[in-house]
Ligand binder design. Sequence first.
Ligand code: 2BA
Length: 109
Amino acid sequence: MKLIIAVVQDKDSNRLADALVKADYRATKLASTGGFLKAGNTTFLIGTEDEHVEDIMKMIKDNCKSRDQLVAPISPMGGNADSYVPYPVEVQVGGATVFVLPVEQFEQF
Ligand code: 2BA
């Protein structure tokens, strides 16, 4: 058994959740925040048998798009102006960041 952890953009989360439910996969959606952009994103926890991992990965790929996002300039804390960028910077946020972990034990009580 595997645990798939997928960080996706909020805009794609409902579509992915619907696709997973439709295919009868169980998942948990967590509201999360990206460390770099400090903007909301969605983290899915999907526990599944090994033979379904490929199908779920394809589902994530098909439902999650990469987008460019503008990072607003932020004043440095403590007055250190060395790293201050006075103009918005564009970063590409990936469609999904996915981790696949082995599950040692799975119980439901
Ligand atoms: P954020 O940390 O908010 O990062 C958003 C996007 O900003 C990243 O997209 C990347 O293009 C850029 N970025 C991140 N850190 C950067 C840095 N130090 N310098 C320059 N640009 C940087 P993605 O790489 O597609 O990541 C999207 C989201 O997935 C991340 O949001 C984070 O929530 C999660 N993530 C990405 N890599 C991760 C990892 N190794 N572990 C845990 N979560 C991760």
